[in-house]
Ligand binder design. Sequence first.
Ligand code: FAD
Length: 517
Amino acid sequence: MPQSIEPQCFAPPPILLQELVNAAPLAISITDPKAHILYVNPAFTRITGYSADEVLGKNSSLLSYQVTPPEVYQQLWQNISHGQPWNGRLVNRRKDGSRYIAELAVSPILDDYSEVRFFLGIHSDVTEIYELTERLQNQKRLTETMIDLAPVAVVLLDEKNEVVLDNHEYRKLMGQFGQEEPVKALLTALQDDLGEASWSAACAAQSFDEHILRFDQAGGVGPKWYAISGQWFVQNTASADGYFTTSSQQYLLLVVTDVSQLKQQQQQQWLTALRAMLSEGELVSRLRETLSAAAYKLAEPVNLIAAAEKRAAGRIPAGDPLLVALHEARQQGEMALQTLQAAMPAHAPEAWRPLNINEILQDVLMLSTEKMLAAGVIVDWQPAMRLPSISGQATALRGALTQLINNAVDAMQEARSRHRELQLSTQENGEWIEVRITDTGPGIPEHLRLRVFEPFFTTRPGGARAGMGLTLAQETIQRHEGCLEIGASIHDGCQIIVRIPTLPVTHSDMSKEEQHG
Ligand code: FAD
């Protein structure tokens, strides 16, 4: 058995060191202090094409291709002539004239007086690595430029949802979302919209396609609409850790397109259709209002006659002409009432569906634009950026909210208010959506705050309208399990607060009838 050698006592024999230098894959040269070559190994010949005989005694500069900047050589010599090592990259020329990039390390070898005795040069050909790295860098730059120029927002997220790559269009979104990172707001809204089950399904499928998100904005600006698509993908880790064991990272690539313009066009078309639908609905409502008013007015004398008949029946004998006349009058009155009630046109049945109150109010505002412009009313629209859905009847709600806004505009106009401003805001408050309609009109006196909800009550001089507007609006809101109240007096105006409960389970398409079995 060979004897083991203590590491401390081991000094490699010169033959072993010679073998090592001969077998090394790196070009090794030893020069005098003026860089005249004294020794080269076989790898030097393989890499440069020069045999030892051809280079011995020559200066190392014979390898220079003369494109390396003089500063590089100056730095090299600055270091090595002061006994310091140097390493860097140079462009070398082989014996056959071809060029390569040399990764060179030069170490001075000092004598006992710290004077440079020799230089040891070790270099390798790194042209291929350099080309690959450059090609990769070019590819990366090209991809980044293309992504940057893309007309849609692109953002890449790592597993912690941190942005690792974005583009110009994405950075433009930052203005829209204030302090918040746009992608965080977009992903939260997306998960809210999709609900837990659909979001989990999208994660499992590793992609989702063109989901449209709505974001409302304060002021006179319309809402913003974004179409968002996503794709998850996995990449192997490029670090040494993942060289033998496959370790990977998951990324999410999001593409966001601003589709607000398209949506606005669609909304214009929708508004035209809505206008036609509303004018028909309004006709029915007006007819119902008028007939209700007539029936209400008629009910008063009929009730009086009924009471008189009852009183007379106890005092005068049956068959008395007065009693007969009262009886006939009551019967005629009741028949007339029945005829009026039968003539009342029915409201078209409307389905219950998940609704966004901001969307409804936006419709109402757009429909009322002309009226408000004519009345010189400024609108301050402060919607909540995102609102959960409610379950509702869109047309009925639109009608009720239009009524409330019209009331505010009429009040400001009739009172000849100088400053005519309609503030309209929405917010989520617990399980409720709150809509506040505030005007700068004369307000409603404290003692009339309950009476204004009574049928046919009106504060308008001459009672131009039937006074059913608030009653009907309240009826609609109550049908939505909500409430309508007059807020505490602020300055001189009036504030109407509408509260409607949010959907307990979002994204249900079930109609109310279905929900209630
Ligand atoms: P040079 O006229 O040789 O020198 C350019 C500048 O270098 C000068 O302005 C001067 O500032 C400085 N310089 C040159 N010689 C000295 C010196 N003796 N003392 C102080 N400063 C000096 N070069 C390559 O291009 N490829 C190689 O693979 C390579 N390998 C080398 C290996 C070793 C061990 C050593 C010591 C040097 C090596 N060199 C190599 C550098 C080489 O010696 C030349 O300096 C270089 O090639 C520039 O040559 P040149 O003829 O263009 O200019």
